[in-house]
Design a protein. Sequence first.
Length: 216
Amino acid sequence: MTTNLKSLARPIAVVLATSGLALALGGCAPLLLGGAMVGGGMVATDRRTSGAQLEDEGIELRSNSRLSGKGHINVTSYNRQVLLTGEVASELDKKQAEDIVRKVENVRTVVNELSLAGVSSLSQRSSDALVTARVKAALVDAQDISSNGFKIVTERGVVYMMGRVTQGEARRATELIRGISGVQRVVRVLELITDEELKSMLPAPAPAMVEPKPAG
């Protein structure tokens, strides 16, 4: 049964990444909320609390609204830690974007990775979406790591790893991603947790079924 579930996980990851490509190209993707796909059948485990997931959604919506017209800026929030990627025209624009996001309700920290460059092309964004798809698929395929602990963002070939993971998971994922075609560099924007904290997040094992003894 485990093998069958694992074999199904890769196409699911690719579908999710392809949805991200559609979003990058101006389409609409399903909303992931609380680990379940609204309007679809995918159910996954998220290491954030349900409250943190809702706050992250709100942070991204409010930040994008306030940054409208200020350049090609992507806002990704994970457990209230915000990553800014994309391109702006000047150092002043970069600083102003960070200042705006820092004032958004519930934001804990901001990692400003905005580049001083022209707006990336459609082909570059498509390439980045494909890199993200490859990374997600590789994480799902790996037998010694949980892909659900990571959120992946790719910008100009640079892969940003977000999530709540152990030191061992971070090291293994970094080694894996560095070998993927199209990856120029790996940047870790991670919240490290202990092995004990991870164990407390895992669902309790199902109780063993005991067959009733025959009468007599």
